[in-house]
Design a protein around this ligand. Sequence first.
Ligand code: NAP
Length: 283
Amino acid sequence: MEIIDGKALAKNVRENLKKDVEELKKKGIVPRLAVILVGEDKASQIYVKNKSKACIEVGVEYEEILLDESTSMEKLLNIIDDLNNRNDITGILLQSPIPKHLDINEAFRRISPNKDVDGFNPVSIGKLCLNQDTFVSCTPYGIMKMFEAYNVDLDGKDAVIIGRSNIVGKPMALSMLNKNATVTICHSKTKNLKEITKKADILVAAVGKKHFVTADMVKEGAVVIDVGINRTEEGLFGDVDFENVKEKTSLITPVPGGVGPMTVAMLINNVVKCAKNMIAQKN
Ligand code: NAP
């Protein structure tokens, strides 16, 4: 059994990005991420802080647009339009969740596909579906990079994802399908979940429930990826009962220190990619 070191992998990605950013600066382009945060969601504030730290570390400029809870849809869309039109902004991120009176899908649609560093615009998702080059949602993208780094070959493997969200489950499924895995997506209406997960060579848990995946749900020798972030009074936990599951696996991610750091690193990767695309379009 091996534990995936997401922190070390992410550090390596950031170090390479730092060099890319230096090269871009020589060509007169400074990658700059704009983050829009609406309301006072505590978890979002932590995520945004981590993202800004990572940007600064690699030399990517960072701009935060803080909007209060009562912001109107019109105002939010106007802000997105402004950012779309600004030449100095190379990536736009709208931190979710946003207040309930706002339409997040409309907001994601409004972010230019050229600056869609989170990969949530339908154009980006459509391209992923067609297996074309695009911005891929940072968490699944980070997991795909983990597979590469740890030589996990997906070709012909049975992959099971628990969770069908637009930001994790679905793009994860498409990403693995594009690498020739046979993919099953499970959700809250899935029957006989354990029977399905027990067949998985690769099991991805993106449920949002502490220790949801127990040892009896896992096949001997499986690769287990834990996306869950569950904050409790006792601390931070994943969706996988790590201590009891790990011995059954060939490879497993811990929480914290697994998927989370790679998600942030891939965001920066996407901001830098936007900047590179801008240069390519100019030439
Ligand atoms: P989400 O939108 O709440 O989706 C959860 C999914 O789990 C849904 O598809 C839901 O099914 C499914 N589900 C819930 N109960 C289930 C059950 N009993 N059996 C089978 N499936 C069940 O969550 P998300 O945004 O994908 O995030 C999932 C977790 O990952 C959260 O803990 C989140 O904080 C974490 N996360 C971590 C990172 C990272 O960087 N590490 C990034 C993003 C998210 P239905 O669709 O039927 O409701």
